[in-house]
Design a protein around this ligand. Structure first.
Ligand SMILES: *Cc1c(COP(=O)(O)O)cnc(C)c1O
Length: 458
């Protein structure tokens, strides 16, 4: 098709939006390994999980066989306020790079929370409301998930308790205030409000907190309060399911103009945006209908896919959550202090981990100065100020487009632009001042993380 016939932005009509989420597990021959109970090492039953999570979300978590799950009307109505999101042809970037490659990005930053996380937050809040719960608890690090969840909870009139890693609570006051504006209560973690928080404070007075500790506090607050459940913004199968709306829309937009991508690129923290973006394409691949290159991009300072072990591990540092079989650096792994670009989770979605182990997708790690260079290059020609997380995907999209320039191949690249970076200007400042450095953990450092893996004979 002639370039000129393809608009800068491909928007679907409201009626073309997907009416169901797609569950890629249904088409996987090798299913992701089950979550294990940390006490018994037996697979978690629905009953075990329902003490912590909403019942309908547990059903989705454990459903490996239903390919399409209808999106409830109330969730679709909310989606319509900010979806369909555009699939944008990066004509200006292509021109700047002087590449024959065709580059498209699916932009998920066009809502106040600034990222794709709202797609799952609204679903999780809806099912909590349906169950008649009073509220939900969660943890947040940088704050994107907490922001998305607070928006979703205010929409359904649910209470929202966010445990925010103390160092972020103090250093990112604006995200905290966005959450409070939407009615969430935000507690710096570790706190005096939970037993685990008090214990950690007693052992490590003055600690600035960690994601793992905040998870443990949020789980305790949910299980210890009548009418509350815990919710999580990435990693879990249910979150990938909700995020499939990204890929379904992207595929519908491409199909509308007869465009077939050669490669699909996304950043990977816990794997939810990437899992969502690739779902329908991976489905075609799994069913043998079509082939694509699929590339996960992660930070070189937190390289779970490229240097991690495929093993059962704890999902949190506090070791209160179920064990998941995934590519992991060990639940005690913490990226070096200079790490600024997000994507700092030690593990990875078990679904993506299985697909990667089966050779159905590739992974690449990139260093953060190269990531911020790509972010600025992109911002200057395409206008959008990307989240540092998203810029990992931009980096590899640009690298692949430059390879096309060398070979003269007109490949079609689609990447996920998961969000905007307005709240990440301290990291941009470091980069602009030339104060950002790279760090690649040594094998010995990674070995220390692997030494903490639980012994599971599976
Ligand atoms: C949270 C986040 C990510 C990483 O999370 P995944 O679950 O791997 O998608 C990526 N980009 C943005 C903007 C985020 O907020």
């Amino acid at each position: 098709m002639n370039n000129k016939e393809i608009p800068y932005k491909i928007y679907l009509e409201e009626k073309e939006m997907p009416a169901s989420w797609y569950n890629v597990r249904a088409d996987m021959k090798n299913k992701p390994a089950p979550l294990l109970n940390p006490a018994t090492l037996q697979p978690m039953t629905a009953g075990d999980l329902e003490a912590v999570f909403c019942a309908e979300l547990v059903r989705q978590e454990l459903d490996d066989s239903t390919p399409y799950i209808e999106i409830p009307r109330e969730i679709l109505d909310f989606y319509k306020m900010y979806r369909p999101s555009p699939l944008v042809r990066a004509y200006c970037l292509e021109k700047k790079l002087d590449t024959p490659a065709k580059i498209y990005y699916k932009f998920e930053g066009n809502n106040t929370s600034g990222s794709h996380k709202l797609n799952s937050a609204i679903a999780q809040a809806y099912y909590a409301k349906q169950q008649g719960l009073k509220g939900v608890t969660t943890e947040t690090g940088a704050g994107q998930w907490g922001t998305a969840l607070s928006m979703a909870c205010s929409y359904f009139d649910l209470d929202c308790k966010v445990f925010m890693v103390k160092v972020s609570y103090e250093q990112k006051p604006f995200r905290r205030e966005v959450m409070r504006t939407y009615g969430a209560s935000v507690t710096p973690s570790p706190s005096e409000t939970t037993q685990v928080g008090r214990q950690i404070l007693a052992e490590h007075p003055g600690t600035s907190g960690s994601l793992g500790c905040a998870i443990s506090e949020a789980v305790e607050a949910a299980t210890g309060t009548e009418g509350y459940r815990y919710v999580l913004g990435s990693v879990l199968n249910q979150v990938l399911l909700h995020q499939s709306v990204i890929g379904l829309e992207a595929k519908a937009a491409l199909d509308k103009y007869g465009i077939v991508p050669d490669m699909i690129i996304g950043c990977a923290g816990g794997g939810s945006n990437l899992g969502g973006l690739i779902s329908p394409f991976m489905g075609e691949k799994l069913r043998g209908e079509r082939d694509y290159r699929i590339i996960a991009v992660e930070p070189a300072s937190c390289p779970s896919f490229t240097r991690g072990r495929f093993a059962y591990d704890y999902c949190d540092t506090g070791r209160v959550c179920p064990l998941s079989k995934m590519y992991t650096l060990g639940s005690g792994f913490i990226p070096s202090a200079n790490h600024a670009g997000g994507l700092r989770y030690h593990g990875m979605s078990s679904t993506l981990s299985q697909l990667y182990a089966d050779g159905l997708m590739e992974a690449r790690s990139v260093e953060q100065t190269a990531v911020f260079a790509a972010a600025e290059q992109f911002a200057r020609v395409e206008g959008i100020l990307p989240a540092p997380e998203s810029a990992h995907a931009i980096r590899v999209a640009i690298d692949e487009a430059m390879k096309c320039k060398e070979t003269g191949e007109e490949k079609t690249i689609v990447f996920g632009l998961t969000g905007t970076g307005y709240f990440d200007m301290v990291a941009y400042e470091k980069y602009n001042n030339g104060e950002m450095s790279d760090y690649i953990p040594t094998d010995a450092e990674l070995e220390a993380g692997f030494a903490g893996l639980p012994k599971v004979e599976k």
